[in-house]
Design a protein around this ligand. Structure first.
Ligand SMILES: [Zn+2]
Length: 198
């Protein structure tokens, strides 16, 4: 089956005024969720990929798109992504009309990085079996092969402090991440952040 990305705002959303750049971000992020699903980088309905909307949409305010909590990544679409602030509040009527909500516990680590790292417009977090296995080893990612060696100097580590990242843990997490784009959350999973979705 061939899937075509709709780069123009569909007619069904015409009663929800939307900047074209927001629609572009929605399409690209939804496509990213589908790619993660295709690759098997999913854990049922859990985990998130968050994307900050560009300033052309928000006039500089920090606003984000996130998957609705309760849907599998394969069910995420450009129009059912939720538009939220750093506290996880829904920001527009399209999101308020959406019966699905934000997973506040899951968004905490994303919000911490989005709030304090101006370069981190996109944050991806996974619990893949392979990723968790590496996160559970004392030595972390062994850079003894062609693939992992390409990540030399790019990987940070954060010790496990509990199932979810709490507010008081945030400064330690940010200090451990520093300016690196990749973070291994020990005994937990993997995280990547960067200035764009790509
Ligand atoms: Zn996690």
């Amino acid at each position: 089956m061939t899937t075509t990305l709709t780069m123009t705002i569909p007619a069904k959303l015409l009663h929800h005024p939307m900047h074209p750049d927001e629609w572009q971000a929605r399409v690209q992020l939804a496509a990213c969720y589908r790619i993660f699903a295709m690759l098997g980088w999913t854990e049922m309905i859990y985990n998130h990929i968050t994307l900050r909307l560009p300033d052309s949409v928000t006039s500089g305010e920090k606003q984000f798109l996130i998957n609705p909590f309760g849907l599998h990544y394969s069910e995420v679409t450009a129009s059912n992504l939720l538009k939220i602030d750093l506290q996880g509040n829904k920001l527009d009527q399209l999101s308020l009309d959406n019966p699905w909500h934000v997973n506040p516990a899951g968004f905490t680590v994303h919000a911490a990085i989005h709030a304090h790292n101006p370069e981190a417009h996109c944050v991806m977090h996974t619990h893949t079996t392979n990723g968790v296995a590496v996160a559970c080893t004392q030595g972390g990612l062994a850079q003894n092969n062609f693939y992992s060696a390409q990540l030399h100097g790019m990987v940070a580590y954060h010790a496990f402090e509990g199932i979810t990242v709490h507010a008081e843990e945030t400064p330690r997490l940010l200090a451990n991440l520093g300016t690196k784009p990749l973070l291994i959350l020990r005994n937990h999973g993997l995280l990547a952040c960067g200035p764009t979705l790509r």
